[in-house]
Design a binder for this molecule. Sequence first.
Ligand code: HEC
Ligand code: HEC
Length: 157
Amino acid sequence: MTSTTKHLLVLLSVVAWSLPAQADRYPVPKNPVFDEECASCHLAFPPQMLDANSWRAMMNDLTKHFGTDASLDEKRRVAIADFLNANAGGRKTGVTIDATGKPLLRITQTERFIRKHREVSPAVYQRASIKSPANCTACHANAAAGDYEERGIRIPK
Ligand code: HEC
Ligand code: HEC
């Protein structure tokens, strides 16, 4: 075996080994404006979990944001909209439109989320310790770091 072949084999095994660990990581790119404005009421949801159409629809009306007013000055709104647009979508996003073709605003209503949570019964989300499917950190201890891997999951009683 030539040393080039050996290097290639080592490289391939490193890649194969690191793939599963990456499978359920959604690292949130650093952005101070996004952190300040979009991680005060809930965690910073990963931009990768919705596609650009969904983020655009959300960012176009923050005055009626899931029953609260999350409106911002125009400069900050545009900065966050650009950030979300630049980091939206991707291989793991899946379908983020509803049956009528309208962009979904909730990650928790996307086909991918529903599929990944098939084994969690709806009643579980109603527990006082959880309250909502959007409360990712209740069950995913490392969600704030973009880590949704199975070993970090604990469903509170
Ligand atoms: C004033 C508080 C507040 C601020 C600020 C805020 N949000 Fe929210 N957001 C909420 C509430 C309340 C919900 C609904 C949570 C629930 O259903 O449990 C929500 C839900 C969401 C959801 C849907 C979660 C799901 O069900 O999948 C997304 C995505 C979201 N917010 C993104 C953002 C972004 C982006 C920003 C910054 C522009 C932002 N939020 C700022 C209060 C806020
Ligand atoms: C009630 C607890 C609970 C809440 C709340 C919750 N999850 Fe989960 N999540 C789970 C469980 C349990 C699994 C693993 C399901 C399985 O392995 O079959 C899971 C799996 C996942 C996976 C796939 C992980 C893997 O290794 O396959 C992702 C990604 C994920 N959740 C993201 C989220 C996001 C984002 C939120 C918030 C918007 C959220 N979850 C809210 C319990 C929860």
